[in-house]
Write a protein that binds this ligand. Structure first.
Ligand code: PLP
Length: 481
């Protein structure tokens, strides 16, 4: 593997300082086991401030709801409870967790598939309910009536819809109400005006495409107008999450890597992945086919900047910037970033347990963690780990495969060969950075009775940083001088 085929991760803030202390990290892993997740609660507030600055630039109001699903950490949720963000909870467990951390229903948005228990508790505590279907609206009205609850604030999540003159196409989703069903939704709301309080329209699109999102935002504006025509008084639009993260420090590295990767799948250069795995690409009769199914790990536009760009876009059929339309309608703008808010909020440490060379000459580095503990591969995000060693040796870059601790052929931390500065030895650590958004605990389980990673929170302290177990972190610790 050529040494220039690297995908060096972007590391900043407290994570950088944490990585600069290999001795401490080795001790932490010795005490708490491998893998070990590290979260940086204060970083999530720093990130939220960047989104808030975009609101300020466009003179918009509204709430930032952290999509809890991105991370199970208590420290992150408690840190947010101390600030002004809300939480987007997508399960009964997440709702209970947010309430325990200090949130009240007023700052919660319930999204996703909802069973009756989740719906009831969300309604009971006065959370905003982002309704997914007409059936859910009916069930919610029945619960509110039966238990004599206070009227519940609802947003209607739209999936795809048509509008006069323009076909507003968004990718097919199993969530949300189609525009054609909207009239039925209004009928249900009409029948239950005393129980359900329509606050606005919502969408969440799993795409990086700005055009698609601009069309969806415009579609929500049009649906709000329809609601007003039916005598409702909606005042908000919720555009979900999906603002993304830039994981890599260098665009050139990413471009070089993906160009060479295409050649590898074609067979015109040496394979770059285990058994020349193509991440969606394949060769047919000497031609590259398929679609590269990778997250764009280097992004020029991500996070708060992406939101800024979206708001500055012209509405395709209404013809003015989306932010202007929101401002003129005096609509609140709600967002639900998950990945974007967890940028630089954590890393995962894994101890090297064995290094061997197979008959084909591949160097296999086995780590005490598996592909569910560090699920970058599952989310198709490619970035190199950082070798954390207490005994630095002379650098001699080497391409290695990182294998996991499950007795499964496909348990690779990544199927791609990664370049390390030298061959590691058992006991060294690998740090996988920027894992706080979906990669550290979304899929972690006890397969083969392997341990699930412990989690620690790190925060600034005199002379640098200190840490505690995630469940022992409360914001009062981090804010101490
Ligand atoms: C309804 C909803 N809101 C917000 C999010 C967060 O998306 P992201 O982490 O890409 O910002 C998701 C992710 O699946 C979602 O389903």
């Amino acid at each position: 593997m050529e040494p220039d085929l690297v995908l060096k991760p972007l590391v900043s803030g407290l994570l950088r300082e944490v990585l600069d202390a290999p001795g401490r990290l080795t001790e932490m892993v010795a005490a708490l086991g491998s893998p070990l997740n590290v979260v940086v609660p204060q970083q999530i507030e720093t990130n939220a401030a960047q989104y808030r600055a975009v609101y300020g630039r466009h003179r918009l109001r509204g709430a930032i709801y952290f999509a809890h699903k991105a991370n199970r950490s208590s420290a992150l949720i408690r840190q947010l409870a101390a600030g002004s963000c809300g939480v987007d909870v997508a399960s009964l467990g997440e709702l209970q967790h947010a309430l325990e951390a200090g949130f009240t229903g007023a700052r919660l948005m319930a999204t996703g598939p909802k069973d009756t228990e989740f719906l009831w508790l969300a309604a009971r505590v006065g959370a905003m309910i982002n309704v997914d279907s007409c059936e859910e609206l009916v069930e919610l009205a029945e619960l509110v009536g039966r238990f004599a609850l206070a009227p519940v604030r609802v947003m209607i999540r739209l999936s795809a819809f048509d509008s006069p003159g323009v076909t507003i196409a968004s990718r097919r989703s199993r969530f949300g109400i189609h525009a054609r069903e909207l009239a039925s939704g209004f009928d249900i709301l009409d029948r239950h005006r005393d129980l359900l309080d329509l606050r606005g329209m919502a969408y969440h699109l799993d795409t990086t495409g700005l055009d698609e999102k601009a069309r969806a935002l415009e579609g929500c504006l049009l649906a709000v107008h329809e609601a007003q025509a039916r005598g409702f008084t909606p005042d908000a639009i919720d555009i979900g999450g999906g603002f993304g993260v830039n994981y890599l420090r260098d665009r050139g590295e990413w471009d070089r890597y993906t160009t060479e990767f295409g050649k590898a799948v074609l067979g015109t250069r040496a394979p770059m992945t285990w058994q020349n795995h193509g991440y969606g690409l394949r060769t047919e009769a000497g031609t590259l086919r398929g679609t590269l199914g990778l997250y764009p790990a280097h992004r020029d536009l991500a996070g708060a900047d992406y939101l800024d760009e979206l708001l500055g876009r012209e509405s395709p059929s209404l013809g003015r910037p989306l932010a202007t339309l929101l401002l003129e309608g005096l609509y609140d703008l709600h967002i639900e970033p998950g990945r974007g808010l967890t940028d630089q909020c954590g890393l995962t440490l894994a101890r090297v347990s064995q290094v061997r060379t197979n008959a084909a000459g591949d160097v296999l580095v086995a780590v005490a963690a598996n592909s569910r503990d560090i699920s970058t591969e599952d989310h198709a995000v490619l970035m190199d780990p950082i070798l954390v060693s207490r005994t630095p040796g002379a650098d001699e870059p080497v391409g290695v495969y990182l294998t996991g601790n499950l007795c499964l052929e496909d348990d690779f931390i990544t199927r791609r060969q990664v370049t390390l500065p030298r061959v590691p030895v058992a006991g060294d650590l690998l740090a996988f950075v920027n894992t706080a958004g979906y990669f550290m605990d979304f899929a972690a389980d006890h397969a083969l009775m392997q341990p699930i990673a412990r989690k620690v929170a790190v925060y600034p302290a005199e002379g640098g940083w200190t840490w505690c177990l995630d469940e022992q972190y409360w914001p009062v610790k981090g804010n101490r001088a």
